[in-house]
Design a protein around this ligand. Structure first.
Ligand SMILES: [Zn+2]
Length: 63
């Protein structure tokens, strides 16, 4: 009896790989700009915030 490997819905947040802004999306562009600005001032927590917001936005808008 073969063991079926069904779709495994493990919610995997890959924190090591920041989300990429979707081309042509204003919200993504704004968050990317926010992240770049945070990076420029070495603000790691603001960068994380921008990444979290971008993920949430992409999950609801670009799913
Ligand atoms: Zn977007």
């Amino acid at each position: 009896m073969a063991k079926g490997l069904g779709p495994v819905n493990v919610w995997q947040e890959d924190m090591s790989r920041p989300p990429e802004p979707a081309p042509g999306c204003e919200t993504c562009a704004a968050l990317a700009a926010q992240r770049a600005e945070a990076r420029a001032r070495f603000d790691a927590s603001a960068q994380t915030d921008a990444n979290v917001l971008m993920r949430q936005h992409q999950r609801s808008e670009h799913a």
